[in-house]
Design a protein around this ligand. Structure first.
Ligand SMILES: Cc1cc2nc3c(=O)[nH]c(=O)nc-3n(C[C@H](O)[C@H](O)[C@H](O)COP(=O)(O)OP(=O)(O)OC[C@H]3O[C@@H](n4cnc5c(N)ncnc54)[C@H](O)[C@@H]3O)c2cc1C
Ligand SMILES: NC(=O)c1ccc[n+]([C@@H]2O[C@H](COP(=O)([O-])OP(=O)(O)OC[C@H]3O[C@@H](n4cnc5c(N)ncnc54)[C@H](O)[C@@H]3O)[C@@H](O)[C@H]2O)c1
Length: 472
């Protein structure tokens, strides 16, 4: 054991969240160390957002060209799978984190490689691959940013089929012949889209009655229809209860009989990566999400913060980075003895986690949403009026793709006349989303939105159509 080092802030986990906590506190004049067991950059850079979107982008570009008469005639060949995988590898830097490690050091943050564990209040011990240990003490705060890992459903025999987790699905070196996907959420829908386009025969097994069940129903319906049109066998209301290998084949048992494939991707959500990080030394239960307040401080432990996927609030890269900015600001302010307001929308709290979280599912069609869905508004008793409009009727969308079909659903608070939720479903709707996020977060009155004039002929004219529909 070395003599140990002391920093103002010790950050456990150098994923996108941890990197941002460290950066914000160092910019605030504190010292910080990042502890990382695997790759600096975490899940998003190497096994999640970046590789999955790189896998999806090629077929999306081809579909966009095929949807424009005149351009479609130029698309005469098939997608080059090897080149697509090579482009994916370029985005992950071949799973080499040296450029991100360089950024960390350049930002004035120290980096200790190895597995960190809490061993008491503000104390962490890091063990590297050779068994060497480093003791770290935080003067002010430890930020736990250890993320999440794939949840494993209780399916009898599942371990025997050696299933893919999202990590294998985003880093595979070749398309499987037949891929069985269990789970019809974000990962299931995106990876079914990607691997079908790259040559696999995909069966998507989803136990619910609709894909993307937490979103507006138009989303799951449109994505299921598009997947089926591309040849994916989408089976809804299908519970997988058993799994086994029959020679090289994977066999999944469902209420409707057996399904056979070469690989199985299990995509049924996440669990907190807190199982072996010593949180029991702080009186917390290993394996559970960290219970934090809006400044991301663990309740009852003022020196401990839980930021990003590890608190289970919103498991999205941009929300982890947002939480990191808010938590970092709160840590710096508390060290300076300044007042930290926990009021909604203060500089120290992650209010947008509740009711204003944007997300995009990068299927084709895409699903871009922020704020509440109809079902969420109903469940929480929030007064709302629904305004809908077909996206394909907007001139910009019709120009974008022949036969463009899509939907916009907006929820308006009828008393305050502000937007509380917006969902767009359609090709290339991702970049429509930020305007909606600004309207929801800014609580921009409908009367003022009439002055936000969309350029003609862009798909953003959907805003005008929604306002006209609201007015009636
Ligand atoms: C397939 C897939 C696709 C996704 N696509 C998107 C997307 O398009 N957009 C989006 O916004 N979100 C996406 N997400 C979600 C996104 O990946 C996560 O929300 C994000 O990576 C969480 O970041 P984090 O820093 O909190 O955790 P992580 O990225 O998991 O980082 C945690 C880090 O902590 C390290 N660590 C853990 N324990 C220890 C320890 N004891 N000691 C030292 N280090 C430790 C880990 O090695 C890791 O580097 C996707 C997720 C998946 C699975
Ligand atoms: N584009 C993006 O932003 C993006 C992409 C991928 C992942 N993510 C993030 O990662 C998270 C994890 O993605 P995910 O798809 O694994 O989770 P998810 O929560 O989106 O979907 C999981 C699905 O699995 C089903 N399920 C749960 N337990 C099951 C069981 N025992 N058997 C069968 N089905 C079961 C659920 O009903 C749900 O439909 C997402 O919630 C999201 O936060 C984001």
């Amino acid at each position: 054991m070395d003599a140990g080092q002391t920093y103002d802030v010790v950050v456990l986990g150098a994923g996108s969240t941890g990197e941002n906590v460290a950066d914000v506190v160092v910019r605030g004049g504190l010292t910080a160390v990042l502890v990382e067991a695997e790759l600096v950059g975490g899940e998003c850079s190497y096994w999640a957002c970046m590789p999955s979107k790189a896998l999806l982008r090629g077929s999306e570009a081809i579909a966009a060209a095929r949807a424009v008469d005149g351009a479609a005639q130029a698309v005469t060949g098939a997608q080059d799978v090897a080149a697509t995988l090579a482009r994916r590898d370029a985005f992950t830097h071949d799973w080499d984190d040296s450029s991100q490690a360089r950024w960390v050091r350049g930002a004035g943050i120290d980096l200790v490689r190895g597995t960190g564990r809490l061993v008491g209040e503000r104390r962490v011990v890091v063990t590297d691959g050779e068994g060497r240990t480093t003791r770290l003490t935080a003067r002010h705060a430890v930020a736990v940013c250890t993320g999440s890992e794939a949840a494993v459903p209780p399916i009898e025999g599942l371990a025997d089929v050696d299933p893919w987790t999202p990590r294998e699905a985003t880093s595979a070196k070749a398309a499987p012949g037949r891929l069985l996907v269990v789970g019809g959420g974000y990962v299931g829908c995106e990876m079914a889209t990607a691997w079908q386009a790259l040559g696999a025969e995909v069966t998507l097994l989803h136990r619910g009655e609709r894909l993307l069940e937490d979103m507006e129903p138009e989303a799951g319906d449109a994505v299921a229809a598009a997947l089926r049109e591309r040849g994916v066998d989408v089976r809804l209301d299908t519970d997988v209860t058993t799994a086994r290998r029959d020679g090289t084949e994977a066999v999944l048992g469902t209420g409707d009989g057996e399904v056979r494939g070469d690989e199985v991707l299990v995509a049924v959500g996440r669990r907190a990566r807190t199982g072996d990080i010593g949180i029991d030394s702080a009186g917390l239960t290993p394996g559970e999400y960290l219970d934090v307040d809006d400044s991301l401080q663990v309740r009852g432990l003022p020196w401990l913060y839980g930021v990003g996927d590890v608190n289970g609030r919103r498991q999205l890269t941009h929300m982890g980075k947002y939480q990191a900015r808010q938590a970092g600001a709160a840590i710096v302010a508390r060290v300076r003895g300044e007042q930290v307001s926990l009021a909604d929308w203060s500089p120290f709290v992650a209010t947008a986690d509740r009711g204003a979280t944007p997300s995009v599912v990068f299927t084709d069609p895409q699903v871009a949403s922020v704020g509440l869905t109809r079902a969420q508004a109903r469940q929480s008793g929030v007064a709302h009026r629904v305004v809908e409009y077909p996206l394909g009727s907007v001139a910009g969308a019709a120009l974008y793709a022949d036969g463009y079909t899509g939907t916009a659903v907006a929820l308006v608070d009828p008393d305050r006349e502000v937007l509380i939720g917006v969902t767009f479903v359609g090709p290339a709707v991702a970049d429509l989303l930020h305007a909606a996020t600004i309207a929801v977060v800014g609580e921009v009155p409908i009367a003022r939105l009439w002055h936000a004039v969309p350029a003609y002929p862009t798909t953003s004219e959907i805003w005008l159509r929604l306002l006209e529909t609201w007015r009636g």
